[in-house]
Design a protein around this ligand. Structure first.
Ligand code: NAP
Length: 264
């Protein structure tokens, strides 16, 4: 059994991860942390009866008391780096779904992993379908380089654009390069109307109740458009990827960024 602890245990993703890890035959929930812990039993959070594992509010204490091998983090962009640093310092492998980490932070994690000889997996999207959407979008961009991205999420999401939208744009820019598209004299009458710009690709973020996580990558060509769309209609969609990462993280080499590197 691989010993797993979950950071952000009361969150929308954290609860789902606790349930998925609890149900898996090779994984065991040994600890949980949330900012405002009421020391609830994990079993009460996931409706599985008493487990004897309680939610703590201090990561170092929980690591010392429960000796996890893996820390899964679904918290927020402000908290995640500190959690990763504490985990690596204590020899615990982070599996991170929290989005909003930039290049500088990824480099820091890469260096910390190498120095401590601890592995980590960070994925802006743990849904298999979303990985396929990104791969297919990268392929399509070789033939249809004019592209815009619209991502739609629930209205409690803190960062915009989503980590998935940024990653999709990065992957597309690798094959089509930095390209100017649209009219050169375009004027924005309302600031932000044309969305964010990554290497000339426009990214648009929608935040509304009712959504979970969705993205459309729209390509335009002469007399045609092609839309590649992925919908996470429930948070269960991320769980096979998270469970896979918990199993693989002990044997990868240093930091792995992106679920595509451990699939298949
Ligand atoms: P959420 O419902 O707000 O849950 C986050 C939880 O973390 C909250 O209970 C929060 O407590 C807690 N928290 C905050 N700081 C903490 C700390 N220092 N230590 C421990 N717990 C802490 O958010 P969510 O919807 O679950 O999403 C969490 C993250 O996952 C977001 O960054 C989101 O973008 C990302 N996400 C990634 C994927 C993926 O596939 N990679 C999929 C979905 C979501 P408070 O409420 O008291 O602040």
């Amino acid at each position: 059994m691989i010993r797993v602890m979950v950071c952000g245990a009361y969150g929308k993703m954290g609860r789902e991860v606790l349930l998925a890890v609890h149900k898996d035959q090779q994984l065991s929930v040994v600890g949980a942390v949330d900012k405002n812990s009421a020391f609830a039993d994990v079993g009460d959070i996931i409706g599985a009866g008493k487990t004897g594992v309680t939610v703590g509010n201090d990561l170092t204490t929980v690591i010392n008391e429960t000796k996890p091998q893996v820390m899964v983090d679904f918290t927020n962009p402000e908290a995640v780096m500190n959690n990763i640093r504490i985990a690596i310092k204590n020899g615990v492998c982070p599996v991170v779904g929290t989005t909003g980490l930039g290049e500088a932070e990824l480099n820091e994690v890469r260096e910390l992993c190498a120095a401590a000889k601890v592995n980590a997996i960070i994925a802006p999207n743990f849904a298999i379908g979303a990985i396929l959407m990104m791969k297919l979008a990268q392929e399509a961009a070789k033939y249809l380089p004019h592209v815009e991205i619209i991502e739609m999420h629930h209205d409690q999401k803190l960062d915009a654009p989503s980590g998935t939208a940024l990653r999709t744009a990065e992957l597309i820019s690798k094959v089509r390069g930095d390209m100017r598209q649209g009219h050169p004299d375009e004027v924005e009458k309302l600031t932000g109307a044309r969305g964010g710009d990554l290497a000339g690709i426009r990214l648009h973020s929608v935040r509304l109740p009712g959504y979970v996580a969705h993205q459309e990558v729209i390509f335009g060509g002469l007399g045609q458009t092609l839309t590649i769309r992925h919908d996470s209609i429930s948070r269960e969609s991320f769980m096979p990827g998270v469970v896979l990462a918990c199993k693989k993280v002990l044997t990868v080499d240093g930091l792995i960024y992106g679920l595509e590197h451990i699939m298949g």
